[in-house]
Ligand binder design. Structure first.
Ligand code: ATP
Length: 367
């Protein structure tokens, strides 16, 4: 097991800055996700840790050992790729045993030692019955488990995984997520897992680094990122359906302060309003509110505003109702069973205790 530490790591490909001054510490035994949209630098960061790329600047440590100049094979990390990369001409047994064959002398392993290790790891991944087959005779999920077994058999200090489940169908992916997480917890190997799927990251990770444009936007547990997003990017990236954003302005009238979002208006505590403005934020603000913190009713309620149904999406366990607030469409999470017609008049209420405020200029969270 190991910690992985990155200090001000930069990776440039010519003009392209793929990784831009990243400082991160991944703790011993942690399941850590690198999450971000396509092109945000996740794979490059993983390849830097693996030693498949050399950093333009900065330092990479595995267990306090500076590894910038250490060859990939001497870093004691194992990488699992999206495309499995199995050897097609070898049986499953030999695919799994391959890393041990390569280190047979160094580790002083006998043929019997290797057989035992392969069978043990195959049993763990429930592929014992497939050891005599070739990769072409396996399903995608089975191939993926062989690739994991091959990485595991080496007992590496760190597991690096680059979208390992993305070639699987939706049902198998869900199953493998649980399996992989259970396996990691059992083995306790520090794991760095790249994905662009926020649900995958949220459901698997101990902590997540959200990346965009080569930079880390925020690091936190799934709960921290969901409840306290540090900026607009993270707020919009984490959560399905995503957080609703409504443009507002802090306005003053007769020494009273309001958050004015056209159709929606709310008195602001004077102290809070002044604190925001004195910090250089606002007056233009983006109000963020998650669909579960909005509610709609067919009759007006105290503090509700009249809106119109744009589209209703019944999902079985809930209904996502899209309603119009001025020119904007916001998503509201509603209990199942109620039917809403397009164009129907409904009344929208915000749980003001659960709102997020972001500064429009800097996109930073201010409340
Ligand atoms: P995806 O989810 O699509 O795999 P990613 O977040 O993993 O994306 P990277 O593959 O790390 O992103 O790429 C980050 C940026 O660096 C992109 O703009 C990409 O085009 C660029 N890049 C990556 N590898 C190279 C390379 N070998 N040469 C030039 N540019 C590269």
């Amino acid at each position: 097991m190991a910690t992985v530490k990155l200090v001000e790591v930069v990776k440039q490909f010519g003009e392209v800055v793929a990784v831009d001054h990243i400082t991160l510490t991944i703790r011993d035994g942690e399941f850590f996700c690198l999450l971000g949209p396509s092109g945000s630098g996740k794979t490059t960061l993983l390849r830097l840790i693996a030693g498949l790329e050399y950093p333009t600047e900065g330092e990479i440590y595995i267990d306090d050992r500076l590894v910038n100049d250490v060859h990939p094979k001497d870093r004691d990390v194992a990488m699992v790729f999206q495309n499995y990369a199995l050897y097609p001409h070898m049986k499953v047994f030999d695919n799994i045993a391959f890393p041990l064959y390569m280190r047979k002398k160094k580790l002083g392993l006998t043929k019997e030692d290797i057989r035992k290790k392969v069978v043990e790891v195959a049993r763990l991944l429930r592929i014992e019955h497939l050891l005599d087959r070739k990769p072409s005779q396996l399903s995608g999920g089975e191939q993926q488990r062989v690739a994991l077994a091959r990485a595991l058999v080496r007992e590496p200090k760190v597991f690096l995984m680059d979208e390992p489940l993305s070639n699987l169908d939706a049902k198998l992916r869900l199953y493998m997520r649980t399996e992989l997480r259970r396996l990691q917890e059992k083995l306790g190997v520090t794991t760095i897992y790249v994905t662009h799927d926020q649900v995958e990251a949220m459901s698997m990770a101990d902590r997540i680094a959200v990346m965009n444009k080569g930079r880390v936007q925020q690091v936190g547990t799934p709960e921290e990122l969901y409840e306290k997003p540090g900026n607009l990017f993270v707020a919009g990236f984490i959560g399905v359906p995503p957080m609703n954003f409504i443009e507002c302005e802090i306005v003053e009238k007769d020494n009273e302060y309001f958050l004015d979002c056209r159709k929606l208006k709310r008195k602001l505590d004077k102290e809070i309003a002044l604190k925001i403005l004195e910090s250089g934020y606002g007056p233009e603000i983006v109000l963020g509110v998650r669909p579960e913190h909005l509610s709609i009713s067919k009759e007006p309620l105290e503090d509700s505003v009249e809106t119109e149904v744009f589209l209703s999406e019944p999902l079985g366990s809930e209904v996502i109702v899209n309603v119009k607030v001025g020119e904007r469409v916001v998503k509201v999470r509603a209990p199942p069973g109620t039917k809403y017609r397009i164009g129907e008049k409904v009344y929208l209420k915000i749980n003001w205790d659960k709102i997020h405020l972001f500064d429009k200029k800097t996109e930073k969270a201010i409340l």
